[in-house]
Design a protein around this ligand. Structure first.
Ligand SMILES: *Cc1c(COP(=O)(O)O)cnc(C)c1O
Length: 380
């Protein structure tokens, strides 16, 4: 068994309880017993989304849910305002284009995030915006967007609010019904701490009104079919789902319920603060401004003269701690520490102990223990 510690923005470390759950034998996916598991998992999912809407489970990674969210609401040339401040905002734009949408991009510098006023301005400038896409937690830059405030702005407009919470749900505040989110989606392998391979999407009444009037351009991800099969006796999915991964997701959601969503978010906020304080104590520079930094992943500038393969390679090979690199133009310029899912002071103490040794070995001037001390200070 590989004992590498995953300090990644997904996939995250999976608990033994969840590992045991996925080792159970499969059952008929069109049986009463599976219908019960499907219903309960979907109900637990809606609780985490904080919505009275039904949640639908898709077998696929988070990108499948991104695709479902877009493909189901677009007729050719429908305008979508894509708010883009990193890799995942770009992905939603690309999906919009693939499904024949007319993307209006609100481009924001990577490391910053959209202001509600900017979105309002775009909505005033452009008529007929069918939907606005926002990435809550831009994993590529470690920045959280103000989705509550953006929701307030969108209430005055006849447009769907589509929010990607793949790397925030279960680790940061998401309140689908209160924020007025029409389509919200997530993936299993990030803050929910289940194995990769499942996604979930929830749709408001306004969302369904649009979906019901659009000729779906996707077969596998046609949400109308998920709705139809979901209300059957027993409840089912249209095609064979990953029964095994749904066992795992169910167990992961039970664990979240036991910890309590508020306590879990507080733990993530503490982990984020500890990570930032420890990084600063080591003389490292945070990539985004602290006020907008993510609760689940921290992007840190690569120290001058150090390469990504030296830093992350040493962490991986010598200390068995896996960190994430930068994406696209940030490759080699930043590294990222994921602190989502099950992360506590234990994993952070190991991570910063390893990071201190790595930096020292690579000739960087650090006081051993100074990062770990900040972790303790935040968690004590
Ligand atoms: C990880 C992630 C996704 C989906 O990625 P998959 O690799 O398909 O699971 C989408 N949006 C954000 C913000 C993410 O972090």
């Amino acid at each position: 068994m590989d004992q590498t510690l995953l300090m990644l923005p997904g996939p995250t470390n999976v608990s033994n309880r969840v590992l045991q759950a996925i080792s159970k034998n499969v059952v008929n996916h069109r049986s009463a017993i599976f219908g019960e598991i499907l219903t309960e998992t979907s109900q637990l999912m809606s609780k985490v989304f904080k919505t009275n809407n039904q949640s639908y489970l898709l077998t696929g990674s988070g990108t499948a849910a991104m695709e479902a969210a877009i493909a189901n609401i677009l007729n050719p040339n429908d305008k979508v305002l894509n708010v883009i401040s990193g890799k995942f905002g770009e992905r939603l734009r690309d999906i919009t284009n693939v499904f024949g949408g007319n993307s209006v991009a609100l481009n924001i510098e990577w490391g910053d995030c959209a202001k509600p006023e900017d979105i309002k301005e775009e909505l005033e400038k452009n008529e007929d915006i069918r939907a606005v896409t926002v990435v809550h937690n831009e994993t590529s830059t470690g920045v959280a967007a103000p989705i509550k405030k953006i929701g307030k702005v969108l209430k005055d407009y006849d447009t769907l609010y589509v929010v990607d919470t793949v790397s925030s749900l279960g680790g940061d505040h998401v309140d689908v019904d209160k924020y007025g989110i029409d389509i919200c989606f997530t993936g299993s392998q990030k803050c929910l701490a289940a194995p990769p391979g499942m996604a979930a999407v929830t749709v408001s009444d306004d969302g369904w009104k649009v979906i019901d009037n659009v000729k779906s351009s996707t077969y596998y991800l046609d949400l109308k079919k998920y709705r139809k099969y979901g209300v059957g006796t027993p409840p089912e999915t249209p095609y064979t789902p990953s029964v095994t991964l749904i066992y795992g997701l169910y167990e992961a959601l039970k664990i979240i319920e036991e910890e309590g969503l508020d306590a879990r978010i507080k733990r993530h906020e503490k982990a984020a603060k500890a990570t930032r304080e420890a990084a600063k104590a080591l003389g490292l520079k945070l990539f985004p401004k602290e006020e907008i930094s993510s609760a689940t992943v921290t992007a840190i500038n690569m120290p001058d003269g150090m390469s990504d393969s030296e830093l992350r390679g040493t962490m991986r090979n010598e200390y068995k701690v896996e960190l994430a690199g930068g994406q696209d133009h940030l490759k080699g310029n930043v590294f990222r520490i994921g602190h989502m899912g099950n992360i506590t002071y234990k994993e952070l103490a190991i991570t910063f102990s390893a990071l201190e040794m790595t930096l020292k070995k690579l000739g960087f001037d650090v006081d051993l223990g100074s990062g770990v001390a900040e972790v303790s200070k935040v968690f004590i």
